[in-house]
Write a protein that binds this ligand. Structure first.
Ligand SMILES: *[C@@H]1O[C@H](CO)[C@@H](O)[C@H](O)[C@H]1NC(C)=O
Ligand SMILES: *[C@@H]1O[C@H](CO)[C@@H](O)[C@H](O)[C@H]1NC(C)=O
Ligand SMILES: *[C@@H]1O[C@H](CO)[C@@H](O)[C@H](O)[C@H]1NC(C)=O
Ligand SMILES: *[C@@H]1O[C@H](CO)[C@@H](O)[C@H](O)[C@H]1NC(C)=O
Length: 510
């Protein structure tokens, strides 16, 4: 005991202890610490002056990533880094063909790295690796009847409507009507991003502990456990119905994602966490589609000259096909072009093709992507005048016109990705949900445009059709957060029922 006391009292022992403790911690968290150090030999944009912890540099990324990316390319660099949470390498789109299918540029890895490598509980759906195709289902959305101009916070409300439509396709009618599930499927994503933001304020070393105290991460875990109860109950309900003798319980129904998960789980012998998988699907489907629809509606409200031609197109296709079928959606070419133009002008992010470099990657011109780097390809070519003449103009017919040239019919569809159009990514990891999203968005727009009139609040002062005193409407501005481009949830659109709806939408469908 005396020896021990003596040891403790010896300054060397304490020093030794501290050093070995630090060494142990360093070895555990070395990867995380190393992750935060900028890469050597790659120009760093956005850092000036004394900022050893990169606090100011990170803030600049959050507020002005757009300017920083322009600055990097204006300096003639084809590769440079910004400091986000960790360094993010931005590549010029000229490398896109080398990046898109590279076996050592890991797609899922980039997501995992951004969401704590599955070490924090509550973020499991980010690690479920869910992709896959889902069948589209025609459904009727119900906005309430509105005779007067009624304000609608489109970007805040539309996720709930998209969630119902998506759930209807993914999980069937019962859960589409389950308000608690709809709430969870919308809120999980928002709350996960909030929790991630809060958690990143903590030192990496403290995060595994902090996760148990932060209300944001606790909320995530509560969403997951409630979600699990709802999904388990639905599975049980289906098994009971299948065993039931009564015919009404045993109505044939379409297979959906729940059946597929079950089959996948059986055939691969791998336990698939079904409820987390469902939340991952919602995460992929709801806010991306809502963002697109919000941007389309803001554009249509700002440039109302497209609305009547869009209605005419819908009516012509319905007249031709007798009703609105899945294949009718392919014929809505102006609508397809409007959606693609909106995605060009208002993409969800300033970078696409996010990847994690598993190895050092030399590119054809000698540029090196370091091992362990997070990379993304800049989408600034969306406004490159050599690709898109008058890029600053919103031209709803832009892609429609291109498709009319011989040989171009498929090349400029909303769902087609290319070197020039990679809002959905490009190559093997291009968003697999884009076909579903395109069909779903078209169905939404058919309903929104045929049933309602839309305009921007402030297009005229009091919504009575007469211009108000000095109120200019203009396209509602999006705002930037880091490389993300977000629609303003406070913007109100005004809508009212159209007097005459040319056809009975309730009668449409297959
Ligand atoms: C989801 O978010 C809305 C709006 O913030 C809130 O009213 C609702 O209670 C939340 N639901 C859940 C299950 O967290
Ligand atoms: C699935 O995830 C939920 C929530 O994270 C968890 O409670 C449950 O135990 C998991 N189920 C399986 C089979 O791993
Ligand atoms: C969307 O519609 C197109 C055109 O009919 C079809 O080819 C495609 O399979 C649909 N996508 C999904 C996911 O249903
Ligand atoms: C829309 O959002 C704004 C800002 O959040 C809010 O003040 C307004 O009351 C909302 N309007 C409606 C109709 O919900």
């Amino acid at each position: 005991m005396a020896v021990f006391t003596e040891l403790i009292q010896s300054p060397y022992a304490v020093q030794g202890l501290v050093i070995s403790l630090v060494a142990v911690l360093l070895s555990i968290f070395w990867q995380d610490l190393a992750d935060e150090i900028p890469h050597r030999r790659i120009p760093l944009i956005g850092k000036d002056g004394w900022d050893p912890l990169n606090k100011k540099t990170r803030q600049r990324f959050t507020s002005s990533a757009r300017e920083l990316i322009l600055e990097g390319f204006a300096k003639g660099a084809n590769i440079f880094q910004l400091i986000s949470v960790r360094p993010l390498i931005i590549l010029h789109p000229k490398y896109i063909d080398e990046i898109k299918n590279h076996p050592h540029l890991d797609f899922q890895g980039a997501v995992e790295r951004n969401f704590f490598d599955n070490r924090i509980s509550g973020f499991e759906p980010f690690h479920a690796g869910v992709g896959g195709q889902v069948t589209v289902d025609l459904v009727r959305t119900k906005l309430t009847q509105a005779l007067e101009w009624t304000p609608y916070n489109f970007s805040a409300k539309i996720p709930y409507v998209v969630a119902r439509l998506s759930t209807r396709a993914f999980l069937g009618e019962t859960l589409a009507n389950n308000k608690e599930w709809i709430d969870i499927s919308v809120n999980y994503t928002i709350d996960a991003f909030n929790a991630a933001r809060e958690l990143r304020q903590w030192l990496t070393i403290l995060r595994p502990v902090a996760q148990y105290f932060l209300t944001t991460t606790r909320k995530l875990r509560s969403h997951l456990s409630k979600g699990k109860m709802i999904i388990d109950a639905e599975i049980k309900r289906r098994h009971l119905a299948a065993e039931s003798e009564s015919e009404s319980d045993n109505e044939p129904r379409l297979q959906d994602t729940l059946d597929w998960y079950e089959q996948l789980s059986k055939s691969s012998g791998r336990p698939v966490n079904v409820s987390n998988g469902q939340i991952a699907l919602s995460m992929a489907a709801i806010h991306t589609t809502s963002n697109l629809l919000t941007n389309v509606m803001y554009d249509l409200a700002a440039y109302p000259e497209y609305i009547q031609p869009l209605r005419d197109e819908i009516l012509a296709v319905i007249a031709e096909d007798g009703c609105l079928k899945k294949s009718s959606l392919l014929k809505l070419k102006l609508m397809d072009s409007v959606m693609k133009e909106t995605q060009r002008v208002h993409p969800v992010s300033m970078v696409s093709l996010s990847r994690l470099a598993k190895k050092e990657i030399p590119l054809s011109d000698g540029t090196i992507i370091p091992k362990g780097a997070m990379i993304g390809v800049s989408t600034h070519t969306n406004t490159d005048p050599t690709i898109y003449p008058s890029p600053e103009l919103y031209d709803g017919y832009r892609f429609h016109k291109k498709r009319q040239q011989p040989g171009n019919e498929q090349r400029f569809q909303f769902v087609t990705t290319s070197r020039e159009s990679f809002g959905f990514g490009h190559g093997v990891h291009a968003c697999p949900g884009r076909f579903f999203a395109a069909n779903e968005s078209k169905i939404f727009l058919v309903h929104l445009l045929l049933k309602y009139e839309w305009k921007l609040k402030g297009a005229d002062g009091d919504g009575d059709g007469h211009a108000g005193p000095g109120v200019a409407a203009g396209r509602p501005a999006n705002f930037d957060h880091g490389t993300e481009i977000i629609t303003d949830p406070g913007v109100e659109l005004l809508f009212r029922s159209r007097g005459v709806v040319e056809i009975d939408l309730a009668a449409l469908g297959e």
